[in-house]
Design a binder for this molecule. Sequence first.
Ligand code: GDP
Length: 320
Amino acid sequence: MSSSRVVALCGGVGGAKLAHGLQHVLGKRLNVVVNMADDFTHLGLHISPDLDTVLYTLGGLNDLQRGWGRADESWNFMEALAQVGGETWFALGDRDLALHVERTRRRAGGERLTTIADDVARRFGISAKILPVTDDDIRTMVVTPSEELAFQRYFVERRCEPVVKQIRFDGAASARMTPEVRAALGADDLQLIVICPSNPYLSIDPILSVPGLRDALRAAGVPIVAVSPILGGQAVKGPTRKIMDELGIQPTTAAIAAHYHGLIDGLVVDSADAAEVTGLDVAVHLAPTLMTDMASKIELAEQVVAFGERLSMPDAQSEK
Ligand code: GDP
């Protein structure tokens, strides 16, 4: 696989950790297709939470302690905003703000989200290609028993507290895959597609909701490998487990395999969940999947790439 390409589908924090490891292993042979259905307009600014998490993480600019946003952040803008009675439920650090202001300015001038992300990625010294799945608007809506919430209102303002009845991707039916994503999936030297351990319902499903995307993934004719975001019946972080409970889905490896049934050829499962994999009708690779530092990100990325290589060999069925 020394010169072939990999496409990774990615949401925010969990997915970006693996994408960071993959970038270390693959450099510019990595294309990261990123969810943008969490995007929203706030204080007049176009904010792309997952895209920015990927840009900051792969650029080595992310804050490791806080777990989101930029390192060396300051909060003068938020303090001043509170002082004048502005909306403060969504925290925007001073450095982070610069990206939102610049993205908003460039979009107002007619530039695509893709072009702006690519330019910022180069400026951050990122070797992978960072590709929003679409330049059109898709907006994740969370349906609760009493109301419908735009995603950031649910996730940040309401801290994922409302019960999730249903998740909808407004605008998906008319969204168009970008030419860059189509080209990445159609590349002659594509070797592997990875579904990062992002939230399947909130981060990966919106990517898959883009018309033609699923078909393009299958038509690529290369192994598709997902990494489970569920370890020991729990999510590492965030509401994945809570949402599974509320949607009536068991928080198990089998449920993740079932969710991606018909799409994936292989599933990477944490070694601690070895007892859960018997009977799964997909090839399984067991590995430590908790990424706590750069070394564990790289180790998992290497295992995922090697698993993909094995799946593309003629006797791959023996992995099952
Ligand atoms: P968000 O959009 O920022 O919430 O991020 P993602 O959707 O990309 O990631 C959330 C998911 O990442 C959760 O389901 C977590 O369980 C998963 N996750 C976070 N860190 C890790 C990790 O180190 N290993 C694995 N396997 N999953 C992780």
